[in-house]
Design a protein around this ligand. Structure first.
Ligand SMILES: Cc1cc2nc3c(=O)[nH]c(=O)nc-3n(C[C@H](O)[C@H](O)[C@H](O)COP(=O)(O)OP(=O)(O)OC[C@H]3O[C@@H](n4cnc5c(N)ncnc54)[C@H](O)[C@@H]3O)c2cc1C
Length: 580
């Protein structure tokens, strides 16, 4: 029988990234995936800073940058009646507003970008394979049985029809929104599937002349019918600038699903573009349901689920693939630590505890973002009538010189501002603070938010939070706090008066048989606090210590040098790693 430490089921963002992380950490694993290759439609695209910095930790940020559309071309997001029609307004999105740009630049060494899933997955899978993943395409998960020592998974080779078992110590079910694995291990879910109907139309058309003066990845189109189903409005989405596109259009899920042939798809494209002379080649069409469902537990014994398998939601906020990759990043180092004997099995319980609240948050956020299109329709008088002519007339009325139209203009401005919660939700993207057995608190209260926690990221070294980024000096060059941490190991960051932590960390590492790096940051040291930003961000004294986990979240901290730093650090690490 085939034997492995970890069997990954699925090669979407969750599975492909799990493979990359496990391969990078040297964990023996096999990936099985149902189809002959990776994603065949460009679904996910917004790749947020947290994801890019994780892929930077994996050493593949350059590949992401090389293929992604840069941030500068992502954000002049348009609301219009068609690409050639009336422009209702614009929202600067994905941190491109000059007043928001600083928040994004200050928070991460990495910029966000637009990278379609069709391009992202091969990068992840390619590097994973290069680093040791064994990947079996055309291989379908059928069933599993677990016992005290492992899991026996039955799979089918879809080319030969041959069915065979694979034995693994742990399984990651990354098999997407209709996850059979989650069903088979009976994960508990809350919410509802298929709350609204959407269709994707992927097409080729050169739309440069309609968009080059307002480059964006999203063009929202308000036309009669665009408030039925779908993801808030009709959407013309850039896949590759500016000739590969994807339209998302809604349909009434209570009715029979529409049959979309090329003629119907072309008509929808022409309607949303507003010009039926534009040559269009339809690449593919598909129907899908908007979901509002999340698992409240991600683990069942030796089986873990990640990605859409445990959080199912519409693409609003662009969080699906990002969160899927971040789930796997959270799980991979823990599996590596347990499999190598560096951590106790209970460490794996922290995966649930840390990621399930994130899953719930993003499912609710994405669904709320759809509801938040409602005020735009209301401001334009779209909801007052079902008659398309009346809808268009009330929309045009906003240009009149009347008190009603002036009120309409104010309402529209406020409605568009509300969309910041979908398109500039930096706090949702970066602000995760974990609470679990893999975080050792320091008895300080959680820091308060002085700005909206969904819109703004609040850097803190409060145990459980993501390590704040700042630039440090190194041989005259700039490196991020995220560049000197991660890499699959623990790191202690301290200042010159805390250099005794280095010896303490070496002692703790010896005692526990793990790797703990220490960096003393200060003048004349390997890393200098060039802008004094670290001193402003670290929230501990210069002699204190910030213990950073392999996934760049703070695991523990000491505000100053302690009487017996080695004992304190060893105890914190032992607790964090569930070492009895
Ligand atoms: C129009 C659209 C736009 C989107 N935009 C964004 C965005 O901008 N940003 C973002 O982050 N997210 C976005 N998303 C969401 C994103 O696509 C998903 O969240 C993401 O693909 C989930 O990744 P996953 O790996 O969990 O699942 P999937 O990508 O669904 O992958 C599941 C994998 O499991 C395999 N599989 C399934 N069943 C079996 C089986 N029985 N045996 C073996 N293998 C199996 C499949 O072949 C596949 O490889 C968008 C989605 C849509 C529809």
């Amino acid at each position: 029988m085939l034997n492995t430490d970890v069997l990954v089921i699925g090669s979407g963002p969750a599975g492909a990234s799990a493979a990359l992380f496990l391969a990078t950490y040297g964990v023996d694993h096999i990936v099985i995936t149902k189809y002959r290759w990776t994603a065949n439609t460009p679904r996910a695209h917004i790749t947020n800073q947290r994801t890019v910095e994780i892929l930077r930790d994996m050493g593949i940020e350059d590949d992401i940058r090389a293929q992604g559309t840069p941030s500068a071309l992502m954000g002049d997001t348009v609301f219009c009646t068609s690409l050639v029609g009336d422009e209702i307004g614009r929202v600067r999105t994905w941190g491109t507003h000059p007043a928001r740009r600083a928040d994004y630049t200050l928070s991460s060494p990495s910029d966000n970008c637009d990278l379609p899933q069709t391009l992202l997955e091969p990068i992840l899978i390619g590097h994973a394979a290069e680093r040791g993943s064994r990947i079996r395409f055309d291989t379908e998960y059928l069933s599993l049985e677990q016992d005290d020592d492992g899991v026996t998974v039955l799979v089918r080779d879809r080319l030969s029809g041959h069915t065979y078992p694979i034995r693994a110590k742990y399984v990651i079910g990354a098999d997407g929104g209709r996850s059979q694995v989650a069903k088979d291990v009976d994960l508990p879910f809350e919410g509802q599937m298929d709350v609204a109907g959407s269709m994707n139309i992927v097409f080729h058309a050169d739309l440069t002349r309609f968009v080059e003066h307002r480059p964006s990845v999203l063009y929202w189109v308000l036309q009669p019918g665009s408030n039925i189903g779908g993801i808030g409005m009709g959407l013309v989405r850039m896949v590759r600038p500016w000739d590969e596109w994807l339209i998302v259009w809604g349909y009434d899920i209570a009715q029979a699903p529409p049959e979309i042939d090329d003629a119907m798809a072309t008509k929808i494209v022409h309607d949303l573009v507003g010009d039926d002379t534009v040559p269009v080649t339809i690449r593919s069409t598909s129907l899908w349901g908007n979901n509002k469902m999340y698992a409240t537990r991600y683990r069942a014994g030796r089986v873990f689920c990640s990605g859409d398998a445990v959080h199912r939601h519409p693409p609003s906020n662009g969080l699906g693939s990002n969160t899927s990759i971040q789930d796997s990043y959270n799980l991979a180092w823990k599996l590596a630590a347990v499999l190598s004997g560096q951590a106790g099995e209970e460490l794996l319980d922290s995966y649930d505890a840390e990621r399930a609240p994130v899953g719930k948050q993003i499912v609710l956020r994405a669904n709320k973002s759809i509801e938040e299109f409602g005020p735009i329709f209301e401001a334009l008088g779209f909801t007052d009538s079902d008659d398309p002519a009346a809808q268009l007339a009330s929309m045009r009325a906003r240009a009149e010189d009347t008190p009603e139209a002036a009120a309409q203009r104010i309402a529209l401005r406020e409605a568009l501002e509300l969309k910041d919660y979908e398109f500039n939700a930096h706090g949702v993207e970066l602000g995760q603070r974990y609470r679990s057995g893999a975080v050792v608190g320091d008895d300080t209260p959680e820091p308060e938010y002085d700005r909206d926690p969904e819109l703004y990221y609040h850097p803190t070294t409060w145990p459980g939070a993501r390590l704040p980024h700042c630039w440090l000096g190194h041989d005259g060059h700039k490196v991020s706090t995220h560049d000197i941490t991660g890499k699959g190991r623990f790191t202690v960051l301290t200042g010159i008066s805390g250099q005794a932590w280095a010896e303490a960390a070496a002692g703790a590492a010896r005692a526990l048989g793990i790797e703990v790096e220490t960096h003393v940051i200060g003048p004349g040291r390997e890393y200098t606090d060039v802008y004094d930003d670290w001193a402003r961000l670290r929230e501990v004294g210069e002699s204190g210590a910030v213990l950073v986990r392999p996934d760049a979240h703070v695991g523990w901290r000491a505000h100053e040098l302690l009487a017996d730093p080695e004992k304190e650090l060893t105890e914190a690490l032992a607790q964090l790693l569930s070492r009895s």
